[in-house]
Design a binder for this molecule. Structure first.
Ligand code: PLP
Length: 428
């Protein structure tokens, strides 16, 4: 067992909190939760399994099974190739606009469903870097956090090698993320583009989108926001922030299913000035003219490359329906209540076991998950999975408790946190 609890975590009087009071609190929070009925909309919500990993792969809404079956028989099966003209060609833009309106604070015509997050990040980062170095050959630096999600860092390294650019790494405390002071120190007259995570995948640190965007802009840089752990859980205001570009996952809080394609946002003012490197026929000005050379389409179509993965973008629409009825502000309010409850329980029953909070303690600086640290967490995670309690593990020693506001209940959270305590006792 660890003997190194963080000094700001837990206190002796918390050890006396009786468990039944957390059970009662969970019950009361569920009883007064306006989003509680939404939980029934998800497959598996009636089972005893505890799901703490909706921030990696969201649960499927029940309506999705019908929607997929209907699509296979009626649209694909019934409309066949006519489906492209009738609906599918426009679907990436229609769903993109809906995500923009419901979750991103983006006016229409700026968001599209495209490739995987990794591929879209590559395309956007290359487009932004090239536009900047064409404008000013001195701007050859890409700024990124050293603790960012691997794909983001690997892409930056690859693009830097490919384009002769330089990577500027921001060192961060792994229990936080890139904040204003760190960014201010990293940007300057040579910065081309900054890649930032709105919610850190490891710590759950929630960046100030408006503030960080303004800092990058004052240095003459463009900002590409990674919204993987925000979209559908934390309000995002891309237009109001003055953001340039953004990319995010749809299989996390948007429950689009394993491998569902990502969305990309490009502010309208940049459309004409950005060209992306994977020039395919679906991004061309006139898709069916099949002309001799590539001319990029106007608007968001130019960021597409090949045939859109229509089948893979069907499922996320059910969560967009739920989001529309709940409203992102209400979703955030529940998300904060869930993480606050999880932190209180951790203070009460996990801190005495040597477990530390590896996420911001202030809810205003925290997204939808809470990371708990203890040397035994890898073994703890394996034990929990065997018992149908499903969080995930991230080095170093981090157990991530992902709390999906639409599908997670407070009682489920309490049950799962008790199981974490038992597993730490067994493995610690
Ligand atoms: C989940 C996640 C990704 C995943 O990228 P894929 O191409 O969908 O595998 C990328 N970046 C961040 C920050 C993530 O959390």
């Amino acid at each position: 067992m660890s003997t190194d609890p963080s000094p700001d975590f837990g206190s002796v009087d918390r050890l006396e909190v009786p468990h039944h009071s957390f059970a009662a609190e969970a019950q009361r929070l569920d009883d007064t939760d306006p989003l509680a009925p939404h939980r029934d909309a998800f497959v598996g919500s009636d089972s005893s399994l505890v799901y703490f990993d909706g921030n990696s792969l969201g649960r499927p809404p029940r309506a999705t099974a019908d929607r997929l079956a209907r699509f296979a028989t009626e649209e694909w099966g019934g409309r066949l190739i006519r489906g492209w003209d009738e609906a599918w060609m426009e679907l990436p833009f229609a769903i993109g606009d809906r995500i923009g309106a419901l979750a991103l604070g983006a006016a229409s015509g700026q968001t599209v469903i495209g490739d995987s997050t990794t591929v879209l990040l590559y395309k956007m980062l290359r487009a932004a870097l090239d536009a900047q170095t064409n404008r000013d050959p001195e701007r050859i630096e890409i700024v990124v956090g050293r603790d960012d999600f691997p794909t983001d860092r690997y892409l930056v390294e690859g693009i830097a090698a490919e384009r002769g650019a330089r990577v500027v790494w921001i060192d961060v405390d792994t229990t936080r993320g890139v904040d204003a002071d760190l960014l201010r120190a990293a940007v300057g007259p040579r910065t081309a583009v900054v890649l930032l995570s709105h919610v850190s995948y490891r710590s759950g640190f929630l960046a100030d989108g408006a503030d960080l965007t303004a800092i990058a802009h004052r240095a003459g840089a463009l900002v590409l926001w990674d919204l993987c752990h925000s979209a559908g859980s934390v309000p995002v205001e891309l237009d109001a922030w003055g953001a340039d570009l953004a990319v995010g996952c749809t299989y996390k809080y948007l429950n689009g299913g394993p491998g569902s394609p990502a969305f990309a946002y490009v502010a309208a003012r940049h459309h004409a000035g950005l060209t992306q490197p994977v020039q395919g026929w679906m991004g061309a000005a006139d898709v069916f003219s099949m002309g001799p050379q590539y001319l990029p389409a106007e608007g968001m179509r130019r960021f597409l490359s090949g045939t859109p993965p229509v089948l893979a973008m069907i499922a996320m629409q059910d969560t967009l329906d739920l989001l529309e009825s709940a409203g992102i502000a209400q979703v955030r309010a529940k998300s904060v209540a869930l993480t606050e409850f999880a932190v209180r329980v951790a203070d009460g029953i996990l801190s005495p076991l040597g477990v530390r909070l590896a996420s911001p303690r202030d809810a205003a600086e925290r997204g939808g998950h809470v990371t708990l640290s203890h040397p035994a967490m890898r073994a703890v995670t394996a034990r929990l999975w065997k018992d149908d309690v499903i969080p995930d593990y991230r080095d170093p020693h981090g157990l991530r408790i992902g709390l999906s506001p639409l599908s997670t209940s407070f009682a489920e959270t309490w049950t799962g946190m008790q199981a974490v305590a038992e597993a730490v006792r067994a493995e610690g």
